[in-house]
Design a protein around this ligand. Structure first.
Ligand code: NAP
Length: 294
């Protein structure tokens, strides 16, 4: 039987409607959640991500303070802007779009963000708090994946989860969140990477396979057991002359054959992607609520 395709756009739309209501309630109290956005340089992919994030903010009623700086911006000027946002009460969240142009020190910039406004959840203070199970801003993609699973009726507690990929933005924080002793955790997690011996031996044992390798066809049908839940985080460009742009987007999972065996599967595009932006909005609203202790 073919898998049920998890519609990330639909789940994200439901969550955004909930956030819109919360923003409306905050506005009745005179509070408008604000996101400070910083884009340095003119990388086309970063520009389109930022535009999508700002549109999503507008959609739920979050004010965004847009700052587009030239690639020649100095580290000092960038840090000064972050510090100005740290003390601006209208700004509840700060988003510095990565990667920064060459010559700028990303980790110094991320460290300069006030952890109370770190809505990407990348500041070591938030990473540490998350690890020890304290309240923290959770990084958007892993948090979005967990929401996608729970809102699709997938049981995480007690599940054997295999994550393929150990990056700081997806694999590592996701593994950490899934092993927490709380309502969104309690899974048994294996994290695989390029040094893993016999990847398929691990993925075949999994109730939930999460692919975040950034390589097409990393997960094929023979690597997945019947009835497994398969989450595809990967976003890869494949040349396609039939498309106007000359390419199409695919994930890390060989979608059609795998969906014949899986019970649930996410598509690319339209799976994890819409959730990532939504969780950024979620963190910004949370930050506004925390600032006024609502
Ligand atoms: P990354 O930093 O490049 O990390 C990729 C990870 O996958 C590494 O840990 C690597 O292992 C592992 N890996 C690569 N090929 C493998 C293979 N054949 N077998 C086993 N492990 C393998 O990537 P990332 O930033 O985590 O992103 C992963 C993918 O998700 C990318 O396609 C990215 O575009 C996408 N993404 C999507 C969203 C979204 O919102 N939809 C958000 C973030 C990322 P090593 O550590 O050993 O090198």
């Amino acid at each position: 039987m073919a898998a049920q395709v998890i519609d990330g756009k639909q789940v994200a739309a439901t969550l955004r409607a909930e956030l819109k209501e919360q923003v409306a309630k905050l506005k009745q109290k005179g509070i408008v959640p604000g996101l400070g956005v910083i884009l340095v340089g003119d990388d086309p992919a970063s520009k389109s991500y930022i535009t999508a994030k700002e549109r999503a903010c507008e959609d739920v009623g979050i004010y965004s303070d847009d700052n587009r700086l030239p690639a020649s911006t100095s580290q000092e000027d960038l840090l000064a802007l972050v510090k100005k946002m740290n003390t601006n009460p209208k700004i509840n969240g700060i988003l510095v779009q990565l990667p920064l142009p060459e010559g700028l020190d990303e980790s110094e910039v991320l460290l300069a963000i006030d952890p109370a406004k770190d809505v990407d959840g990348f500041h070591p203070m938030n990473v540490g708090k998350m690890m020890v199970g304290e309240e923290a801003f959770l990084p958007c993609t892993p948090h979005g994946i967990i929401q996608l699973l729970l809102r699709s009726g997938v049981t995480i507690e007690g599940a054997n989860v295999v994550i393929v990929g150990r990056s700081n933005i997806v694999g590592k924080p996701l593994a950490n969140m899934l092993i927490q002793k709380n309502a969104t955790g309690n899974a048994t997690v294996t994290v695989c990477h390029t040094r893993t011996k016999n990847l398929a031996e691990h993925t075949r044992q999994a109730d939930i396979v999460i692919a975040a390798a950034g390589r097409p066809n990393t997960i094929t049908a023979d690597m997945v057991r019947q009835g497994a839940v398969v989450i595809d985080v990967g976003v890869n460009r494949i040349e396609d002359a039939t498309k106007k742009k000359g390419y199409r987007l695919v994930g890390d999972v060989d979608f059609e054959p795998v969906s014949e065996k899986a019970s649930f599967i996410t598509p690319v595009p339209g799976g994890v992607g819409p959730m990532t932006i939504t969780m950024l909005l979620y963190n910004t609203v949370e930050s506004a609520k925390r600032a006024v202790k609502v």
